[in-house]
Each structure stands twice: as structure tokens, then as C-alpha cells.
Write a protein that binds this ligand. Structure first.
Ligand code: BES
Ligand code: MN
Ligand code: MN
Length: 459
């Protein structure tokens, strides 16, 4: 046991109760009614960084929700780690499916249940506590800067502006982020890629008002029927996306790269059982793991229109809507794909309806190296605490700012996530393991040690 391990063990109850306090703040970035709570959460994060020993801690306002910044420069000649995380969370809906309140955290069977427990409060707060542990046990082996934002779940547009305007302040050698998942608690892994995203909303309008479906049905376009036709035409029988040009920029992985990915353990039967499905479905010629990481996808996230209240109402609605997202891979560009979608969707609309496509947010894919000092330091740290070398895996989710760290700051990222796919992020009953939280707090200081040692004096 290192001094830090002992410190974490003897302070774990406080570390947990501090996290629960953060989880009680409903910092939902997507919904304006939580604006004051989001601001309150930023202040709380600032306070925690100050208490842990950070300098120049500041709540930086943006056109949207604020960014919390803080740093500890022990020696300018030493390397600097930029820790990024997000204190905002996804909306908690549907509320009736939660077993306990999304913002009334409870610990049950070794799991912390609350919105944001894994994504990302429980994960970024490991860094605050790891920082405290280092400060209380001999100090930091290198410099650290914290940037914890409040708009990751809505696309990080204002953080992009902040990064562009604060290049000197954010100068660092590597970015460290805990906001991804591992394969299992006894199979540690490190994500080496994130997908990009293009998210938009479509509105299909038929007649200028709702109509009696007996009087007009069959003779006038029903926008919901038409929208369903249009959406289903976006995939062919092999579940490939039919938008012309969609795959043009997609780089096929080499056979060797695919073989390496297939080495990560994956149990298809357990996967199906866990999700309650009899079979999986996806692009022909690819495995489930490939479909959810290295291949681009298109999904309807929500669809509505017409009558959805109690009982039956015979109506031919005037409008239908859907929210559609595409997950992108290197080197598909989010804006270009959004335009391809918009042009295609407008083109395939029959003349009997009008179509409007409204882009929401986007972000670019990113891949991270597995031979950099930072990756090797992270792998070594995990190997020490888990007793097993982590496996590199490609993740399927998106963290839009990661690509900008590279293009704007010239920085590579290590995705040092300690969650699990089964944590129910964005879902009811989100949870994060007490085990994961505490082992994360113990592993992060080891990363700092190994990284500082590998980098020597300076990059
Ligand atoms: N932490 C997730 C991303 C993630 C989850 C990456 C699991 C890898 C594995 C992040 O908070 C997130 O949810 N991002 C959004 C993107 C955003 C633009 C809404 C996503 O992926 O949907
Ligand atoms: Mn996240
Ligand atoms: Mn998320």
C-alpha cells in the first residue's frame, strides 16, 4: 500500500459524501429551467478545487453555462496535465422508471445511484480527490490544470470558443479525461477513440391543419406515414446508410487492426441477454463491437406527431417530427455530413409534404495514440491498481472537445475512464461503482508519477 492508497482508504467515507453532495445539484444543461442549478454546481466545483489546494480557481462565464478552471503549477519546468471533465448532466427523464430520485443519490449494493454518478460527476471528481491525495502526501510530481465544463451534454460549443481564446492559459503536454468506460472491473481497458456526431431535427408538414382521418385519410399525405417511409429508406437491406457520399471519407480498418480489436473479450450471448433482445441488428459484415465503435451509424432518437393522449382520436396530423443523430468516424466531418443529410432528406421528400431540417450540434471523431508516454503511464498505473494490463479499445460515444484539443492546442488525450457500459448513463437508474470511484482516485496519482518520470524534466 502506498501512502496515497492509505490516505484514500482512510478518507473514503468523506470522498463519497462529497460526491453525493455534488450529485444532489440537478445540473441539467439541456433544459433552461435548471440554469440556476447549473450555475450553483459550477460554484460548488470551484469551492472543491480551492479546498483541495488548487490556485487561480475561477468560474468563467460563457454565452451558455460556465466553465470552472483551476491549476497547480509546482514547477514550470515540469510537464503539465490538463484534466478535462463535465459537471453538467443529461435530463433525468423518464422519471417514473427511476427506483430512487435522480438527484437523491443512494448507495446500494456497492453502487452510487444518481444522474451524473458515472457521467461525469463521479469520474471528474476522482481527479479532484486524487489531486487532494497528492497534495496531502508529498505534493504533485508535475503540474495540473483543471477545466470542468457545464455544456458537454449539449455539444460544448462555448467551450470551443473558450479553448480558442485561452490557448496560453491552457498550455499543457497532455489532456487527461475520465468520461468513458472499461470492459469490466476485472478487465481494465483504455478507450483509444471516440466517434464524432451530427445531430439534427426534421419537421415534415402535410396539410395546413389536422384533418379528420376518415374524411381526408388516403387522399392527402399523412406526414407521419411519409416521415416513417423517409426514415426507413435511410438504411438499405444490409443496414448500410443510403445517403449518397456518406461513406466517402470513412477509412476502412486494416485486417490487422480489426484482429487487434477483436482480441478484447466480448460475449454476444451475455450482451443480448443483458439487453433483453433475441438478436442484434447492424451493418452487414461487421461485428457488434465494430458496429458500435469503428463504423458510422444513423439513429432516430425521438419521433412524434399526431395524437398520443389517452384512448383513440381519428386524426390525420398536419405535422411530424424526429430527432436524428449520426455517429461519425475519422475522417467524416460533422458539418459536411449534416449537409449531406439535409440535401438528401429534402430531395427524397415527396411533393405532397414540406420538409425542414434543422441542425443541432456536432463534433468530430478522435483517435488517441497507444505508444505515447501518457498512454504508457496510464496503462502502467492501471496495471498496478487492477493487477492486469489494460486492453486498448475503441469507444462508441462522443466527447466533442477532444478533437479541438488536438487541432487548437496540439494536445493528445488519454481517455482514462473507469465506468462500465452497464452504468446506465443517459438512462434511468444511472449508477457508478464505489469500487470504480475509489480505484480511480488511487490510479490517477500513479499516472501523474509515471508520466512525470517518463517525461523527465520537460517535453
Ligand atoms: N461521457 C459521454 C461519452 C462517452 C460515453 C464516451 C461512453 C465513451 C463511452 C459523454 O458525456 C456523452 O454522452 N457525449 C454525448 C455527446 C454530446 C455532444 C451530446 C454522446 O456521446 O452522445
Ligand atoms: Mn460524459
Ligand atoms: Mn453523457
Amino acid at each position: 500500500m502506498s501512502a496515497i492508497d492509505t490516505y484514500v482508504e482512510s478518507n473514503k467515507d468523506r470522498f463519497l459524501s462529497e460526491l453525493l453532495d455534488l450529485l444532489r445539484i440537478p445540473s441539467v444543461s439541456a433544459d433552461p429551467k435548471y440554469k440556476a442549478d447549473v450555475a450553483r454546481c459550477a460554484e460548488a466545483v470551484k469551492q472543491r478545487l480551492v479546498e483541495a489546494g488548487a490556485d487561480k480557481v475561477e468560474v468563467c462565464p460563457t454565452a451558455g453555462h460556465p466553465i470552472v478552471y483551476g491549476e497547480k503549477i509546482v514547477d514550470p519546468a515540469k510537464p503539465t496535465v490538463l484534466v478535462y471533465g463535465h459537471y453538467d448532466v443529461q435530463p433525468p427523464d423518464p422519471l417514473d422508471l427511476w427506483h430512487s430520485g435522480p438527484f437523491d443519490p443512494v448507495i446500494k449494493d456497492g453502487m452510487i445511484y444518481a444522474r451524473g454518478s458515472a457521467d461525469d460527476k463521479g469520474q471528474f471528481y476522482m481527479h479532484v480527490k486524487a489531486f487532494e491525495a497528492m497534495m496531502k502526501n508529498g505534493g504533485l510530481p508535475c503540474n495540473v490544470k483543471f477545466m470542468i465544463e457545464g455544456e458537454e451534454e449539449v455539444g460544448s460549443d462555448n467551450l470551443g470558443v473558450f479553448v480558442k481564446n485561452n490557448k496560453a492559459r491552457l498550455k499543457a503536454d497532455v489532456v487527461l479525461i475520465s468520461d468513458t468506460a472499461m470492459i469490466a472491473n476485472d478487465v481494465p481497458s483504455i478507450n483509444t477513440g471516440l466517434r464524432g456526431l451530427s445531430y439534427l431535427e426534421v419537421e415534415v408538414t402535410g396539410p395546413n391543419r389536422d384533418l379528420h382521418s376518415g374524411v381526408y385519410g388516403g387522399a392527402v399525405a399523412n406526414p407521419i406515414n411519409v416521415l416513417c417511409d423517409m426514415i426507413s429508406s435511410l438504411h438499405d437491406k444490409d443496414r448500410r446508410i443510403t445517403i449518397p457520399g456518406f461513406y466517402d471519407a470513412v477509412k476502412e480498418l486494416s485486417a490487422a487492426e480489426r484482429t487487434a480489436l477483436a482480441e478484447a473479450p466480448f460475449d454476444l450471448e451475455a450482451y443480448k441477454k443483458d439487453l433483453g433482445v433475441n438478436d442484434v441488428l447492424g451493418e452487414k459484415g461487421y461485428t457488434s463491437e465494430e458496429r458500435s465503435s469503428i463504423r458510422p451509424t444513423l439513429d432516430v432518437n425521438g419521433i412524434w406527431g399526431g395524437y398520443i393522449g389517452e384512448g383513440a382520436k381519428t386524426v390525420l396530423p398536419s405535422k411530424a417530427f424526429a430527432k436524428i443523430s449520426m455517429r461519425l468516424v475519422p475522417d467524416q466531418k460533422s458539418e459536411a455530413i449534416t449537409k449531406l443529410f439535409k440535401d438528401h432528406f429534402e430531395r427524397i421528400a415527396p411533393p405532397s409534404v414540406k420538409v425542414e431540417v434543422r441542425p443541432h450540434h456536432g463534433g468530430e471523431a478522435a483517435v488517441t495514440p497507444i505508444d505515447s508516454p501518457a498512454y504508457l503511464a496510464a496503462a502502467k498505473a492501471m496495471e498496478e491498481t487492477f493487477g492486469r494490463k489494460p486492453i486498448p479499445t475503441r469507444g462508441g460515444g462522443s466527447i466533442p472537445i477532444v478533437a479541438l484539443f488536438e487541432t487548437e492546442l496540439g494536445l493528445k488525450t488519454v481517455l482514462f475512464g473507469f465506468g462500465l457500459d452497464s452504468d446506465n448513463i443517459h438512462s434511468p437508474n444511472e449508477k457508478y461503482g464505489v469500487f470504480n470511484y475509489l480505484i480511480g482516485i488511487r490510479t490517477i496519482p500513479r499516472f501523474f508519477q509515471h508520466y512525470a518520470a517518463m517525461m523527465g524534466g520537460k517535453a
